[in-house]
Design a binder for this molecule. Structure first.
Ligand SMILES: [Zn+2]
Ligand SMILES: [Zn+2]
Length: 102
């Protein structure tokens, strides 16, 4: 799935992520997750099957930003996640479903 993340108060926190595993898994060994660095405020996508997982900006260990893809009504298109924005640390990140990548 393709998700878009954003923060309502940070203009530079915005991007898309190809989340999860593709149809080629486990051959391709791609399992993308969303990570955030609470040290420098960077939010980025990482393949968790790669050994090297550091913040691209400050090289510190990032935190995986886990969000729930579904709610009790089934599929959600816009998730007001409980992920505290790594940049401003006051707002929560907004996750939006923008499509399927397989
Ligand atoms: Zn960082
Ligand atoms: Zn923010």
């Amino acid at each position: 799935m393709i998700y878009q993340y954003s923060c309502s108060s940070c203009k530079d926190i915005w991007g898309t992520i190809y989340y999860g595993i593709g149809m080629m898994y486990p051959i391709s060994k791609v399992d993308n997750r969303l990570f955030g660095c609470y040290d420098c405020g960077e939010v980025f996508e990482r393949n968790i099957n790669k050994k090297f997982n550091r913040c691209p900006q400050c090289k510190k260990k990032p935190k995986e930003l886990v969000f729930h893809k579904e709610d009790e009504f089934g599929f959600t298109e816009r998730i007001e996640s409980e992920i505290n924005c790594p940049s401003c640390k006051t707002e929560n990140l907004i996750i939006e479903d923008v499509g399927c990548w397989d």
